[in-house]
Design a protein around this ligand. Sequence first.
Ligand code: SAM
Length: 284
Amino acid sequence: MNKAIATVARTNEILKKFDLYAKKGYGQNFIIEPGIVEKIADFAKCDNECVIEIGPGIGALTEQLCKRAKKVIAYEIDTRLLEVLPYSLSEYNNYEIRHQDFLEVDFEEVVKECRKEFNKVVVCANLPYYITTPILFKIFESKCEVDSITVMVQREVADRFCANISTKDYNALSVITQYLYNVKMVMKIPKTIFNPRPNVDSAVIQFTKKEHKITVDNEQVYFDFVKACFKQRRKTLFNNLKEIIQDNNKIREILTQCNLSETVRAEAIDGAKFIELYTMWSNL
Ligand code: SAM
């Protein structure tokens, strides 16, 4: 049996054999700490189910997913890795590498395809940091919900997704994601466990389906409303609302009805209150 891919020795052996170097442009940082990939795969809770991975790299996390899941579908953009992965993952036969830019994938179709065979479909990945938010929003906005999303992202991005009200990281992204999902910080990761070593620390976060969420009539319009409320962070909510409501008296009326003062900032408003504000605004 081979050593785990996520070890210094095996990673170096694979990189050397294929004369491979990490491409910065593709956000390539390979994990070289076996305990970490094992934990991420455990958190994904994919035993005997189907996992969609974005960016398998040389297979460090894919290997652990293959050990647990029944099927792993992994999207990889880098052509060079197409000959590496069959070698590094030669002990497994329950994976499929799809050579595609994930941002071009018809994600709803893929989830539908997985659901034909499996009860549970989860996403698990160490994401390329240059496109973390577009990837996550592609998944969030798809009509087919996955059961959970467990991803490694830059620490500061993780902080924003998980941020609580009235903290420096709380912003439109926090409000929108927490409307859609339960978000949890699962693990903080130092930059020392990667080859090459990135400049920033990372974290693993997990999004799980909200079973009983209070819904709004039009999610896209609601998300745009929240973004408008946070448009200029240092400004009051009143001033940000001026961009979308021309009549100041109407803004005062909405704020009063929501029990909010004229000096309040968006960062002091929780998700439920945003929905209340949005509903008042859309009924104007
Ligand atoms: N999973 C490996 C690990 O944890 O060691 C590698 C993770 S590395 C941070 C990100 C991976 O995403 C790379 O393999 C990179 O080539 C791939 N990638 C980058 N952009 C992509 C895209 N648009 N679609 C699919 N894969 C992409």
